[in-house]
Design a protein around this ligand. Structure first.
Ligand code: HEM
Ligand code: HEM
Length: 157
C-alpha cells in the first residue's frame, strides 16, 4: 500500500489538532471581540493570544504543507470511487487549504484592523470549514466501512 509521505501525514494530523483547538477554545476571543466592539477595554487572556497565534501558525503551516504537497508523489485515488466522488474529494481537499489561508487572514483583519465585516466573514468561513470537514470525515468513514479499502490507513501511521 502506498501511503502519503510521512511528513504529509504529520502535517495532516498536527493541523487537525490545531484546527480543533481553534473551535474548542473560541469563546475567549469571541467575548473579547464583542467587548472591544462595545468600547470595553479587555485584559490579557492567554486563550485570546492562543487563538491569534495558533491561527497565524495554521496559516504558515498550511502554506508549507501545500508546498510539500506539490513536490510529493501522492497515492492514487482508489478504484472503487467514481469520477464524481474523485472530483468531490479534490474540491474538499483544496477547499480546506483555501480556508486554512482565508480564516486566519479574515481573523487578522478583524482583530488587528477592527473590521467588523471581516469578523462576519470569519464566522461564515468557519461554517464552510465545518461543512467541508463533515463531508471529508463522512467520505473517509464511507471508504472505511462500505468500500473497506485502505484510504484511512494511508493517511495513518
Ligand atoms: C484557521 C484558523 C482559525 C480558525 C479555525 C478560527 C476559528 C474561529 C471560530 C470558530 C470563531 C468563533 C466564531 C463564532 O462565534 O461563531 C472565531 C472567532 C474569532 N476569531 Fe478566529 N479562527 C482562526 C484564526 C484566527 C486568527 C489568526 C485571528 C486573529 C489574528 C482570529 C480572530 C478571531 C476573532 C476576532 C473572532 C471573533 C469574531 C466575532 O466574534 O465576531 N481567528 N474564530
Ligand atoms: C478526524 C478528522 C479527519 C479524518 C478522519 C481525516 C482523514 C483523512 C484521510 C483518510 C485522508 C486521505 C484521503 C485520500 O487519500 O484521498 C485525508 C486527506 C486529507 N485531509 Fe483529512 N481527515 C480529518 C480531518 C481533516 C481536517 C480537519 C482537514 C483540514 C481542515 C483535513 C484536510 C485533508 C486534506 C487537505 C487531505 C488531502 C491530503 C493533503 O493534501 O494533505 N482533514 N484525511
Amino acid at each position: 500500500m502506498q501511503k502519503y509521505p510521512f511528513i504529509m501525514r504529520v502535517f495532516h494530523w498536527v493541523l487537525v489538532i490545531m484546527f480543533a483547538a481553534q473551535f474548542i477554545f473560541h469563546n475567549a476571543i469571541s467575548d473579547a471581540y464583542d467587548q472591544i466592539q462595545r468600547g470595553v477595554e479587555v485584559a490579557f487572556n492567554p486563550l485570546v493570544a492562543g487563538h491569534v497565534f495558533g491561527g497565524l501558525a495554521i496559516l504558515v503551516l498550511t502554506l508549507i504543507r501545500f508546498g510539500i504537497r506539490r513536490k510529493s508523489v501522492l497515492p492514487a485515488y482508489p478504484e472503487q470511487g467514481s469520477a464524481l466522488t474523485k472530483r468531490a474529494s479534490e474540491i474538499v481537499h483544496y477547499g480546506t487549504y483555501v480556508l486554512g489561508i482565508m480564516l486566519p487572514v479574515s481573523g487578522a483583519v478583524a482583530w488587528f484592523g477592527g473590521v467588523k465585516a471581516a469578523a462576519d466573514g470569519h464566522e461564515m468561513l468557519k461554517a464552510v470549514l465545518l461543512a467541508l470537514v463533515a463531508l471529508h470525515v463522512a467520505g473517509a468513514l464511507f471508504h472505511l466501512v462500505v468500500h473497506k479499502n485502505n484510504i484511512f490507513k494511508r493517511m495513518w501511521f
